[in-house]
Ligand binder design. Structure first.
Ligand code: Z2T
Length: 839
């Protein structure tokens, strides 16, 4: 007679594993287990955050087979890996995105609901990793998403800042910065890999010697050593088996360090030195475009780049690669010049540490690196004083001199006698204080250089990198930015995603070009009304959030006119304000005036040391205070500044927008990516011919885009013949009234001079040509107001905008990088089997 146990063994029952099962029952059980065994809580005492953590671990368990499978599939001799080096990765919250990419959103929602909780509330618990300033960091995150979606082997390398971009509070209308303690409650998405720690040298001096083979060599005797500990976060592809890695380095003091001091009896000295080492990955520099030439910043850059290059070489050698073939297995992308010290560091590693001859090393380096430029603003181009650079990186300075010597020799051969050109191209800027020019190092040491929008790439060739273009035109190309439709449509705007999929199928998620099929619904009354209803729902949702955060009550039926981005003079938030005041004046002068009711919404952080940007925040809040409390304009005009704009808030804001403000001075915004997120979600754009706006308009059709302002050429021409803002002020009564009001304290009661610096700058210099573009902007905004009255037509334009944004998927951008620059192809991943460890 068989026992029950024997019967069970003969015929195994299908029981889902607690760590992989996807049925609602299993998910519920796994969630409860994690709450108990990882958080150490039960329902009696669990906080919302405990529930979030328990769910995060439940999801993490379910991605490990993909992650380990990916590592196995990609750590192979013939695989080419993309290494994306970036000082910033603005990933945004992981939980919701991982649910989408794993394709388990619905099951998890149900499991959480049946556990008596609400998934949205748990998702909202996550403290977003704000390891970036704005567009550049967010672009890196979208690119990692697309690399995984396309199954391209890739690792993102960066810094694990203990404090990311500051949290913004508004007090009395001014920005106040609060430390971002994002790791406070732990980070369930990362796994530390202390066994892969690397050492980084800093300071000290160099010594020449002759090695055993009679070769001239250089040895770097460092002043101090830091160790880098990697923390890995999985980056999932959309419904595939790929889970790439984001590897962020944390700086620590080497073990030996405290022993030395300890032996001398200097315990405090030892601890102090430890703190000094850990400073390197302590905090993200909160400046977006203008660079800040601080020593610690250079230390950060060199630290993460050196860690990453050592890691890349180790991986290459591990799979049996030869250093001469590094470029066959590795494509290293420099996200702006922040990691460009990598060019000198790879040369050092190859020549000094691996004994490769200079010419071979230089060839490998150039063939491996590629450089993306993100700005034309001269004040943002990185350059380091030679003295600072040499004291921190003495060996790298020598290497840069040698690169420069050979580089200028080549230039001379190509342009004999052209000394002006030599000076312009040199990696060293001469003068009373000498500098290392990082964009020149990046350009000389890379085989590919690109800008981030068509216009920007043209301007790069014409201005900032003109001489490099004349020297090596074949290196240059354009790679227009893109954003991921997974986070920026599916996750942010689920109702719209549902309507789209219902209408044209769900192929658009992986192939955004398919959105074109929506065009045939543009005139469909039924579809239009659903489209409008979804927008209204999203606006209502934002309205609720605005009320919670600011106490302001706004009308969801008013036109939602939104400008969210870093605060910067070139982005011209204050031009938007000039129009608001203009409208306000019209309403005051003519109380019966009928206008389209509008809600102006702003969000964005100012660099803490950027006085003018902070004053613009104060200006927006001051104008808001006057306008919002004036009964004469009630129901027609509202102004909101929403504090602490970040990825999480962006996810709420883009779906609720009807008008997207993209009003930078032509030639100043390299690309913009918010512009794409707005338009995909059905907002119309009011914008200049700047950055990617040009291409957005091209795709959407000029009749579906509100264009105003000078072109880049007109800006140059106007400045060349001598721009005088006074002429505009004197020639335009409405403008003059606005400026006079700002100058006389109408919007700063009791502080008449508050906005003087702003006004002074506008009427005397106006570097960003607000006054020149004012009239054109006002007229364009008036056309917007008119157009909004015809809701049917507006909705049609809105649908066409979304339908035609396929080009701006980061999948398209990544395909172009793979084909034109990286030579990277997809690699199949098999789920890793779970096998019990044996001794
Ligand atoms: C940044 O976000 C951008 C450029 C920078 O130049 C630095 C930072 Cl932190 C050094 C932005 C550009 O302003 C924006 O136009 C572009 O879309 C974005 O990078 C991504 O390319």
């Amino acid at each position: 007679k068989k026992t029950a146990a024997a019967a069970a063994a003969a015929e195994p029952v299908q029981i889902e594993d607690d760590r992989t099962g996807l049925s609602v029952e299993t998910l519920k059980r796994a969630f409860a287990d994690n709450l108990f065994y990882i958080q150490g809580k039960n329902a009696d005492i669990a906080t919302l955050n405990d529930y979030y953590m328990a769910l995060a671990y439940t999801v993490r368990d379910r991605l490990l087979h993909r992650w380990l499978g990916t590592i196995k599939a990609q750590l192979k001799p013939k695989v080419k890996v993309v290494y994306y080096l970036s000082a910033e990765f603005l990933m945004g919250p992981h939980l919701g995105n991982n649910l989408i990419n794993l394709g388990i959103y619905d099951q998890v929602r149900q499991a959480i609901q049946e556990s008596g909780l609400n998934l949205d509330e748990l998702i909202a618990q996550e403290e977003e990793p704000g390891l970036g300033n704005g567009g550049l960091g967010r672009l890196a995150a979208c690119y990692l998403d697309s690399l995984a979606a396309l199954e391209i082997p890739a690792i993102g390398y960066g810094l694990r800042y203990e404090f990311g971009i500051f949290d913004q509070e508004i007090r009395d209308g001014w920005q106040v910065e609060i430390t971002d303690k994002w790791l406070r409650y732990g980070n369930p998405w990362e796994i530390a890999r202390p066994e892969a720690t690397v050492e980084v040298k800093l300071g000290g001096h160099t010594e020449a010697f002759v090695d055993g083979a009679g070769r001239y060599r250089v040895r770097w005797i460092p002043g101090r050593t830091i160790v880098g500990v990697p923390y890995d976060t999985p980056v999932l592809g959309f419904k595939n088996n790929t889970a790439n890695t984001l590897r962020l380095w944390k700086a620590e003091a080497p073990e030996s360090f405290d022993f030395q001091a300890f032996n001398l009896g200097d315990y405090y000295g030892a601890v102090n030195a430890k703190m000094y080492s850990e400073n390197i990955s302590k905090v993200l520099y909160p400046n977006d475009e203008p660079m800040q030439g601080r020593e610690l910043r250079l230390e950060q850059q060199f630290f993460f780049v050196s860690c990453s290059l050592q890691d890349i070489i180790r991986r290459h050698l591990y799979v049996g690669g030869k250093l001469e073939n590094l470029d066959k297995n590795a494509a290293i992308q420099l996200n702006d010049t922040h990691p460009s010290i990598g060019i000198a560091e790879l040369m050092r590693l190859l020549v000094d540490e691996h004994n490769v001859d200079w010419d071979t090393a230089w060839q490998i380096t150039q063939d491996t690196f590629a450089y993306t430029n993100h700005t034309l603003l001269p004040e943002a181009l990185e350059r380091w004083p030679l003295s600072l650079f040499g004291s921190l990186l003495p060996r790298h300075l020598e290497i840069i001199f040698e690169i420069n010597r050979r580089f200028l020799q080549e230039v001379s051969a190509k342009f004999p006698g052209d000394t002006g050109r030599l000076a312009r191209l040199s990696l060293i800027q001469e003068g009373p204080e000498k500098f290392v020019r990082m964009a020149h190092l990046a350009s000389a040491g890379s085989h590919a250089i690109n800008g981030v929008a068509a216009l920007h790439s043209e301007l790069l060739k014409r201005d900032v990198l003109r001489d490099f273009y004349e020297l090596s035109p074949e290196k240059f190309s354009n790679k227009t930015n893109g954003v991921t439709p997974r986070r920026w449509i599916m996750l942010s705007n689920p109702e719209l995603a549902f309507l789209i999929s219902e209408s044209i199928g769900d192929g658009w998620i992986k192939n955004l070009g398919e959105l074109r099929e929506l065009e045939r619904f543009a005139n469909d009354k039924e579809f239009q009304s659903r489209w409008r209803q979804i927008k209204l729902n999203n606006k209502t949702n934002l309205t609720e959030y605005i009320r919670k955060r600011t106490g302001l009550v706004v009308d969801p039926h008013s036109l939602f006119d939104i400008q969210v981005k870093r605060i910067h003079e070139y982005k011209r938030q204050h031009l938007n304000v000039l129009y608001i005041i203009t409208l306000y004046n019209r309403l005051k002068q003519n109380p019966e005036l009928e206008i389209t009711p509008r809600t102006f919404i702003f969000g964005g952080k100012a660099a803490p040391g950027y006085f003018m940007a902070k004053l613009i925040i104060k200006l927006i809040n001051s104008v808001a205070a006057v306008v919002n409390s004036d009964p004469d304009v009630r129901g027609r005009l509202k102004v909101v500044f929403l504090p602490d704009y970040n990825v999480t808030f962006g996810q709420r804001v883009y779906p609720a927008a009807e008008l997207s403000e993209q009003i930078s001075t032509a030639g100043k915004e390299a690309s913009g990516t918010g512009n794409m997120k707005f338009s995909m979600n059905g907002a119309l754009t009011i914008g200049t011919l700047d950055g990617a706006n040009v291409e957005i308009r091209e795709e959407a059709g000029e009749e579906n885009f509100f264009l105003f302002g000078l072109t880049t050429e007109e800006v140059y021409a106007l400045k060349a013949r001598g721009y005088n803002p006074w002429d505009y002020y004197n020639g335009n009564p409405a403008l003059r009234q606005v400026i006079d009001q700002l100058a006389s304290g109408v919007f700063s009661p009791g502080e008449a001079h508050l906005f003087e610096p702003l006004v002074d700058h506008l009427i005397h210099r106006d570097e960003y040509l607000l006054l020149a573009d004012y009239q054109s902007y006002v007229e364009c905004q008036d056309r917007v107001g008119e157009a909004y009255r015809d809701q049917e037509h507006w909705t049609r334009m809105s649908i066409l905008n979304s339908a035609r944004m396929g080009k701006f998927s980061s999948d398209r951008a990544i395909r172009e990088y793979c084909e034109d620059i990286w030579g990277a192809v997809a690699v199949d991943v098999a789920l890793e089997e779970y096998v019990q460890a044996t001794a």
